[in-house]
Design a protein around this ligand. Structure first.
Ligand code: G6C
Length: 344
């Protein structure tokens, strides 16, 4: 059900406080055809309430006639900023960009961050934003886990369903998502609360078995029967199973790009306010499924691009796969056991 403007305004104010937005700074709210009007309205009110400048940059949508899904994370890499230098320069000149459109996995996002910009993505429904308003405790939990992951040289994931996969670590930076952007050059996503990195190129090996209840995004599907993915030398080399395996393969093959089968970011959920069940209550297009990506104790892995981590692979197909009931170890030390976070 809906939240009031006042509730969403209050959440925006908390988030902008956590972003250390100061009076007189320039904020650009980036919008397009699918931007939620209430989120936009309350964001601008909160920016003005902080005494900052509130600009809006509305761009024409792209990819709609190419993508097979309306989910903004289903077709990544090209955005309304691609080839749009005037718009890019406005965002690079802003102290804070509130992305209500979705720039994730784009070269333009990197150019803005490299110029010292800050970008906060916020495209979930207003009630999800309010329910998952970030806190300093979320940041503390993500950064503590990040210190452990940064020091690790290997990740192993196992499950009762038959998953046993290994990934070498160390070549890529951390993807620390806690819901606000507290320093220049940082991107984050509200709502979130998870940690990831990329496995060293060519190192992902083993078998991942999706068990009933594991999730495919952007399909927004809980798989109902086992789907087995064979990993060799950093790529998914085979997808075995029933209808859901075929549907996943058909969708990935539709891009006509072998790079879609590369293993992308790997990590685990740390958000205790996020719930596995939420996706089942939403129409497929009503949410991008951040509860599934962030809920504490999941193993979240993905396929496709690595440009977000400074790599050169910018394939447009990105699949996120949050799994339950996994055990995740880093150099032999467990951070998740049977789908439950190991708490210090
Ligand atoms: O916040 C996000 C969302 C999707 C993704 O693949 C990474 N981070």
């Amino acid at each position: 059900m809906s939240v009031s403007d006042f509730e969403l305004f209050q959440s925006w104010r908390k988030v902008l406080d956590l972003c250390a937005l100061r009076p007189g700074q320039a904020v650009t709210v980036l919008t397009s055809a699918d931007t939620n009007e209430q989120t936009l309205r309350c964001a601008i009110l909160a920016v003005r309430d902080k005494g900052a400048i509130a600009n809006r940059l509305d761009l024409q949508p792209v990819n709609g006639g190419t993508s097979l899904s309306r989910d903004p994370l289903a077709y990544v890499g090209t955005t309304p900023l691609t080839g749009n230098r005037p718009a890019l320069e406005m965002l690079k000149a802003s102290d804070l960009v509130l992305d209500l459109m979705t720039l994730l996995f784009s070269a333009e996002q990197h150019e803005i961050l490299a110029a010292g910009g800050r970008i906060l993505l916020a495209v979930e429904p207003p009630e999800v934003l309010v329910r998952l308003t970030p806190t300093l405790e979320d940041r503390a939990r993500v950064l503590a886990a990040s210190a452990t992951l940064r020091a690790a040289r290997g990740m192993r994931v196992t499950s009762a369903a038959g998953t046993d996969a290994t990934f070498a670590l160390g070549d890529y930076p951390m993807l620390e998502e806690y819901g606000f952007v507290d320093r220049p050059g940082r991107w984050d996503h509200w709502p979130s609360g998870f940690l990831a990195t990329w496995s060293n190129e060519g190192s992902a090996e083993g078998t991942i078995v999706l068990a009933p209840g594991d999730i495919l995004l952007p399909q927004k599907a809980y798989v109902t029967a086992p789907v087995t993915l064979r990993l060799e030398r950093g790529y998914v080399r085979a997808i075995e199973g029933g209808y859901e395996a075929g549907h996943l393969k058909d969708y990935m093959d539709s891009f006509g790009d072998p790079e879609v089968y590369a293993v992308s970011h790997i990590g685990w959920g740390l958000q205790k306010k996020a719930h596995w069940s939420v996706m089942g209550f939403y129409d497929r297009e009503a949410s991008i499924g951040m509860d599934s990506r962030a809920c504490a104790g999941n193993f979240l892995w993905s396929t496709g691009p690595n440009n977000e981590a400074g790599g050169t692979r910018d394939t447009a197909c990105h699949i996120d796969i949050p799994m339950r009931g996994c055990t995740v170890t880093l150099d032999g030390e467990a951070v998740v056991v049977d789908g439950v976070l190991v708490e210090d």
